[in-house]
Design a protein around this ligand. Structure first.
Ligand SMILES: CC(C)(COP(=O)(O)OP(=O)(O)OC[C@H]1O[C@@H](n2cnc3c(N)ncnc32)[C@H](O)[C@@H]1OP(=O)(O)O)[C@@H](O)C(=O)NCCC(=O)NCCS
Length: 319
């Protein structure tokens, strides 16, 4: 079977920044509460004119440019999103049209904040089995549109953005191992349960979360899957140069790193200025660390994410 490796990364954050102080003018909260409970200081918010596929386009263009390939070489597009532009067509099809590369398969993956893990694993297997040679994998979200801006328990946590990678066929192993999991029994502790029916929105169209229950589940599930991924790959945790976790809460990130025996100096953290950007958070963090030179070619990187469903996963790779 062929190997797959990341050829280039890219990301995009909307220009508008919403600080904790600005939020405290809208709901009963404070910078002190948000920072101490979550580690978040600010988040980016898409403008009314921007769509998820617009954010995805900018991240994708950067990834294609950094990969040094021609966009016409892309033969698979997967977008992980839980906030698509529309019910259908998929955001991946809209992105393909914006990129001007008709023809290749394009589809969305919905695993909420774990979406990028599912999308990357899917693209990896397309390449391994010879069904694709250069895949564009994007995580893009406008979470601000599914938040109740009067609910202080949730609106302080999330932000908007997009991150992308170009994954290409390679002689050398890039992705070493991937592991995914899901448990629908936890559907009620994190969800946005509305649906469109009869021309109307039926049910609650805002993100609902039982924060403490999610926190407890996330730490255990992420620690378990990260440990199993390393064990199955036969890679000792000391060999991991960088952990790139889903950016939901600094305390979750710190607990998971501790379980793995990794010091925080080897963990990529973008959460303070971005909040939780759901499926976009891992590729946003990966791109930031590649661009600032922390993650270098040949290093071993562990990605991990978890989100509503619950769905979670980890991908171990040699960058
Ligand atoms: C959401 C989270 C930060 C809340 O922190 P917590 O320490 O668990 O806080 P609780 O929910 O128990 O609430 C404690 C108190 O703070 C209050 N509170 C909640 N949000 C607040 C806010 N933004 N500002 C001020 N007070 C707030 C609550 O109303 C509660 O008050 P009460 O005791 O008078 O009822 C935390 O549970 C968390 O991060 N969970 C995981 C979230 C996550 O990662 N989600 C995405 C997964 S992909």
């Amino acid at each position: 079977m062929a190997h797959s490796r990341i050829l280039g990364t890219g990301s995009y954050l909307p220009a508008n920044v919403l600080t904790n102080a600005m939020l405290a003018e809208r709901v009963e909260t404070s910078d002190e509460w948000i920072v101490s409970r979550t580690g978040i200081h600010a988040r980016h918010i898409a403008s009314d004119e921007e769509t998820t596929s617009d954010l995805a386009l900018k991240a994708a263009q950067a990834a294609i440019s950094n990969a040094g390939i021609d966009k016409g070489e892309i033969d698979l597009i997967i977008v992980a999103t839980t906030t698509p532009d529309m019910v259908f067509p998929s955001t991946a099809c809209l992105l393909q049209e914006k990129l001007g590369i008709p023809g290749c398969p394009a589809f969305d993956v919905q695993a909420v904040c774990a979406g990028f893990m599912f999308a990357l694993t899917t693209a990896h297997n397309y390449i391994r089995t010879g069904m694709a040679k250069k895949a564009l994998v994007v995580g893009a979200e406008i979470m601000s549109r599914v938040l109740d801006w009067e609910d202080r328990r949730t609106c302080v946590l999330f932000g908007d953005g997009a991150g992308a990678v170009v994954l290409g066929e390679s002689d050398e192993p890039g992705i070493l191992h991937a592991k995914l999991a899901a448990d629908g029994r936890y559907k009620d502790i994190l969800n946005t349960p509305a649906q469109i029916s009869g021309g109307k929105i039926q049910g609650m169209p805002y993100l609902h979360m039982d924060g403490p229950a999610v926190f407890k589940f996330a730490v255990k599930a992420l620690s378990d899957i990260a440990g199993k991924t390393l064990a199955e790959a036969g890679v000792p945790q000391d060999d991991v140069d960088w952990l790139v976790p889903h950016q939901a809460n600094l305390r979750i990130i710190e607990s998971t790193a501790k379980h793995l025996g990794l010091p925080m100096e080897r963990v990529i953290v973008t959460l303070p200025q971005q909040g939780n950007t759901s499926a976009a958070s891992i590729p946003l963090a990966l791109d930031a660390a590649v661009r600032d030179g922390r993650i270098r070619r040949g290093q071993t990187v562990l990605l991990e994410g978890i989100g509503g469903g619950f769905a979670w996963g980890a991908v171990l790779l040699r960058y």
